[in-house]
Design a protein around this ligand. Structure first.
Ligand code: FPP
Length: 261
């Protein structure tokens, strides 16, 4: 933890803040970058530390990527922090994570204010422990008027649950006669998802080498580019981020059509 904090401080001290970004074509950045932050546990185990230390180090990495995204002018950064399946972890780890979420959120509010970041949550935060929920609700209110980057945190999120919830809502409105079933289209479905109003992710980054989506934004990533790195999340830094963005800029995005190159 201490080492990462120092590394982070060094980045800001020794270089112009946007030094690694000079390699990027600023005009062709994704509007929405989404991150599956994976490998905190393995990062900690590899160092003989408890898993909680991995999650703490993961927060340092998230802070760096938030700051980098703001500097780059990314419109939306989303991150998978806790899935509906993560409740199956040992109670101790779930408690540590819930406590960390609340503490981190309070600690990072000054950063979110300074950087004009608006926070939204993807997932059912009503079902979170009271303290965590209250801190999140406070953060939502406090940042609601911010006009800069949107930080979408997926907490107690599962894509199947999200799509099912949208279907249930639409079906209820159809049954009540407020929606004609024939008029149900992809725009209407998208408007009932947690991501309503946000652009779809154009780039999904997954750390720690796993090649799967893990029930994350299944609807929204239909045309996203994927980038997987073996780096564990706590070691993912702005240089790793630039590599992912460069890979994105090298992709030929056809959306089912033909190459324009
Ligand atoms: C995956 O690593 C990571 C998580 C389950 C939690 C990530 C959360 C943060 C970094 C903090 C987010 C902060 C806020 C305020 C929402 P893992 O435990 O699955 O690692 P492993 O696969 O190596 O076991």
């Amino acid at each position: 933890m201490q080492v990462d904090e120092e590394k982070l401080a060094a980045y800001f001290a020794d270089e112009p803040a946007d030094a690694p970004f000079s390699h990027l074509d600023r005009a062709r950045l994704p509007k929405h970058v989404s991150i599956i932050m994976d490998g905190n546990g393995r990062w900690a185990t590899a160092r003989g530390l408890g898993r909680s230390e991995g999650h703490k180090a993961g927060i340092v990495a998230l802070r760096e990527i938030i700051t980098a995204s703001v500097r780059l002018g990314i419109d939306v950064l989303s991150a998978y922090a806790f899935s509906t399946e993560n409740w199956n972890r040992p109670a101790h780890e779930v408690n540590v994570l819930m406590h960390l979420f609340a503490k981190t959120f309070i600690d990072e509010l000054p950063l979110l204010r300074r950087e004009n970041v608006r926070v939204v949550f993807l997932g059912d935060i009503e079902a979170l422990p009271k303290k965590t929920r209250e801190v999140f609700e406070y953060g939502l209110k406090e940042t609601a008027g911010h006009t800069g980057m949107v930080l979408a945190l997926a907490v107690n999120y599962g894509a199947r649950a999200e799509i099912t919830r949208a279907c249930r809502e639409i079906a209820a409105e159809a049954a009540a006669g407020r929606i004609d079933p024939v008029s149900v289209d992809d725009k209407l479905v998208a408007s009932r998802l947690y991501t309503a109003g946000l652009p779809d992710p154009e780039l999904v980054i997954r750390t720690s080498g796993e090649l799967r989506l893990s029930n994350y934004l299944l609807w929204q990533v239909a045309y996203a580019e994927f980038y997987v790195t073996d780096t564990y999340w706590p070691d993912f830094d702005r240089w790793g981020y630039v590599k992912a963005l460069l890979a994105f800029q090298g992709r030929d995005r056809r959306f089912g059509g033909l190459s324009k190159k």
